[in-house]
Design a protein around this ligand. Structure first.
Ligand code: 5GP
Length: 372
């Protein structure tokens, strides 16, 4: 097994629906009545050329604007309780299979009255997906909320067959979509607070960066901050002088992307030491950055700024966390040990307590002994 696959890794920026498997997306597509209706309207009399459909879904390079159109399509296909549960289970298993030992998964709770879905029932479907994971043991309930009833699987499986199984920590972030109103954003924060005992640890602000205004989300984000939820913001994905500085002034625990910063904003970022979630493939495929050679990873890495490599949307961008490590290693000339240290440094920026951090330090320490 290649070192970038076998080494332990920490994933802190992964959107649930963006991490969907192609096969699951295709399955959802052909099982959607709307799809067949569309085919009929297009004059294909219900006959679909599968490879054509596959091509559209697997299309590689899309601008940031096109990506958000694709998300609207994905959401039409995946927003029902059963599919949300299935995607959650698969996404967690996929990350675990490439030795992700700690995963923070984010998703936008969705409401759809026509199918009886509330933001809460959407999230319950996510939790059901976590409970359905069988390939590995997962730990998603923070220790202080752990009761007999919600005890995680690790102990049970160890007791069953006496062998140690792989364990992955999973924590959830609820995303506020930039299309949402202040009230809808506050509803998401309240839901996050109610679901703290089920692994929800924080709030993310995401969605099309050309839509919405910072002031719309600020009341909800302030409320979340006051209540002790962790916060990460998509920041500087497009040039927006009105936003980047207020976002940095807000002092979120992390930010994602940080691409279009002015000189003064870089300075502020570096002084603040706010960790940055770096998504190389996503930035290149959405053409937010024209070439990997000029990616700001290099400047931040050389400045020893806190960084963590992430996938963003492993399904949509056809990548994996292992692939991101391999890419960084090749593109920036970093060796196995430097990449290992980079991954290990991520422990500091996770939205979980000391107990989890200690476990992860142990996992990295034992993996370090095998690194040659
Ligand atoms: P979901 O929240 O539905 O599980 O995951 C997909 C959603 O995450 C998208 O609709 C979008 O709101 C958000 N998202 C995924 N990738 C990106 C990205 O690269 N930038 C931003 N700003 N939002 C994203």
């Amino acid at each position: 097994m290649e070192w970038w696959v076998s080494m332990p890794k920490i994933e802190l920026h992964a959107h649930l629906n963006g991490s969907i498997r192609n096969s699951t997306l295709l399955y959802a597509l052909i099982h959607t009545p709307l799809f067949w209706e569309l085919a009929r309207v297009l004059g294909e009399k219900g006959v679909i050329v599968f490879s054509d459909v596959e091509h559209v879904i697997k299309k590689n390079d899309r601008s940031l604007g096109e990506v958000f159109k694709l998300f609207d399509l994905i959401h039409i296909l995946t927003t029902d309780h059963k599919t949300v549960t299935r995607i959650t289970k698969e996404v967690v298993e996929d990350f675990a299979s490439e030795n992700v030992v700690y995963l923070e998964l984010r998703t936008t709770p969705k409401k759809n009255d026509s199918i009886g879905m509330s933001k809460q029932s959407y999230m319950e479907a996510v939790i059901e997906g976590l409970r359905a994971v069988t390939a590995v043991d997962i730990d998603f309930v923070p220790h202080k909320f752990n009761t007999q009833d919600s005890l995680n699987t690790i102990a049970m499986n160890d007791a069953c067959d006496g062998t140690r199984r792989k364990k992955t920590y999973v924590r959830l972030l609820l995303s506020i979509d930039r299309r949402e109103t202040t009230e809808a954003a506050i509803e998401t924060v309240k839901l996050a607070l109610e679901m703290r005992g089920l692994g929800v640890v924080g709030i993310d602000l995401s969605g099309n960066p050309d839509v919405g205004e910072w002031n719309t989300f600020l009341p909800a984000l302030k409320f979340a901050q006051e209540q002790g939820l962790y916060i990460t913001l998509h920041c500087g994905e497009v040039p927006n002088r009105q936003e980047v500085q207020p976002m940095l002034d807000f002092l979120p625990q992390r930010i994602g992307h940080a691409i279009f910063f002015e000189e003064e904003e870089w300075r502020q970022l570096k002084t603040s030491k706010i960790p940055v979630e770096i998504c190389l493939t996503s930035n290149i495929k959405t053409e937010s950055i024209s070439s990997i050679d000029i990616h700001h990873f290099v400047d931040l890495y050389n400045a020893k700024h806190p960084l963590v490599l992430c996938t963003d949307d492993a399904g949509v961008f056809s990548t994996s966390l292992s692939n991101e490590y391999k890419l960084a290693s090749t593109a920036f000339g970093l060796g196995k040990r430097e990449m290992f240290e980079l991954a290990r440094n991520g422990i500091e920026f996770i939205f979980a307590g000391d107990e989890v951090k200690q476990y992860l330090v142990g996992a990295f320490d034992s993996a370090a002994k095998k690194l040659n």
